[in-house]
Design a protein around this ligand. Structure first.
Ligand code: PMP
Length: 401
């Protein structure tokens, strides 16, 4: 089956990489962008830049309208109840740091924060450092054999001292969906706040924050076919009201004198300074593009590609897949071969995959691995990309063995 992507031609970056002899299989790190996004980015600058939420003049009003229209599109995309529940940050990492600082006052020594064993550093270190600052206990929920958070064990570890649960929706290393709804129910039964790291999950069809029922959901534009420099933080209205302000500066105050200030509520109270205006607007264009696609066709294409990827990797001797990947990516190791060496040989043959610990060092340590190779897919990838990967992999393994 050829597995052509009908959307490939919409992504000039992928076509350019084709011309450079590069097969891009690293979309979980960052995705290529649709032409509509590039047009928006250029269009904003070419028609006259202006700051938002400040000026009375026409260019300023135009920029503010476009900026706020993006907020509305994000709210629709995530199925938030209101655009006031969407805070723009500079990435998932910043959104999670915002929460760890903004919620700090709610913790007392001895309180517990539950995370899982597979978290990306972005959803580990902010909580770890908060725990160190406040004398809290970081509880790490273990995984089952397939790489999913073990619900039976979670039920015994999430208890009355748990004040917050922060878990990934889709693992960036193992590619498996996590039982986030069940975990949220366990945490909410104890009165804990719930945070979902949706950096990977949001890209692959599960982006309904009301269905998830979490208090907060963080993700990044650049993985969602939008520009970099923009993160999205959804917070349920009541959860946002519990946050203390954490960064201070322009446009986040209601009123200030030399001694005191009063701050705006969310979202603007958490967007100090000039935001990434062009990028926020261009993210809106990416979301419009994505909303115009046939979601079932995209999911079907991604599932067929993923099945081909897994079958091709499983068919190769010595290749060992990690966990039980369900969507979008697969991590593997080859017995007796260092993943950095393999990635180097693949790169020499024009295959762009990621090697290393994927910013999840504790997970890799617990698996006893210095690193893995991760292949990740975007909606523009096709069967030929995978054929090129497989033949480069075969050549590399021949050389290394
Ligand atoms: N969480 C997960 C699961 C991720 O994959 C990533 C990006 N690799 C992040 C958080 C951090 O995202 P960003 O670098 O855009 O802040």
């Amino acid at each position: 089956m050829p597995l052509n992507s009908p959307w490939r031609a919409d992504f000039p970056g992928i076509l350019a990489l084709d011309n450079q002899g590069q097969t891009y299989l690293d979309s979980a790190a960052t995705a290529q962008k649709p032409q509509a996004m590039l047009d928006s980015l250029l269009g904003y600058y070419a028609s006259g830049a202006a700051n938002v939420h400040r000026a009375q003049h026409l260019p300023g009003e135009r920029a503010t309208r476009a900026f706020e229209a993006s907020r509305t599109k994000v709210a629709q995309w995530l199925n938030a109840a209101s655009s006031e529940e969407i805070v723009f940050t500079h990435g998932t990492s910043e959104a999670l740091n915002l929460l760890a600082y903004g919620l700090e006052h709610r913790f007392a020594a001895g309180d517990e924060i539950a995370i899982s064993a597979l978290e990306h550093h972005a959803n580990l270190l902010p909580w770890q450092q908060l725990a160190l600052r406040r004398g809290l206990k970081l509880v790490v929920l273990p995984l089952d054999r397939d790489g999913r958070i073990d619900l039976a064990q979670a039920a015994t570890l999430i208890g009355p001292r748990t004040r917050l649960l922060a878990v990934s929706q889709l693992s960036n290393v193992l590619g498996c969906w996590q039982p986030v709804r069940e975990l949220i129910a366990l945490a909410q039964a104890q009165g804990a706040l719930t945070v979902v790291d949706g950096a990977q999950g949001v890209v692959h069809g599960r982006h309904d924050v009301q269905a998830l029922g979490c208090d907060f959901y963080a993700c990044s534009s650049h993985k969602l076919y939008g520009p970099d420099g923009v993160g999205l933080l959804y917070g349920h209205r009541e959860a946002l009201a519990q946050l203390r302000h954490w960064q201070f500066g322009g446009e986040m105050v209601l009123e200030a004198d030399y001694r005191h200030a009063r701050f705006r509520p969310a979202p603007l109270g958490f967007e100090a300074g000039t935001p990434a205006i062009s990028s926020v607007i261009a993210l809106g264009a990416s979301l419009t593009y994505l909303a115009g696609l046939d979601g079932a066709a995209v999911a079907g294409h991604e599932a067929a590609l993923h099945a081909k990827l897994l079958a091709g990797l499983n068919a190769r001797e010595g290749v060992r897949l990690l966990g039980a990947p369900q969507v979008a990516l697969a991590s593997f190791v080859v017995d007796g071969v260092h993943s950095a060496d393999l990635a180097h040989l693949l790169s020499e043959q024009g295959i762009a995959v990621r090697a290393g610990h994927h910013c999840a060092m504790p997970l890799l340590k617990s698996l006893g691995l210095p690193g893995t190779i991760r292949v990740s897919l975007g909606l523009y990838n096709d069967g030929e990309d995978l054929e090129r990967l497989f033949s480069a992999l075969d050549k590399s393994l021949e050389l290394l063995r």
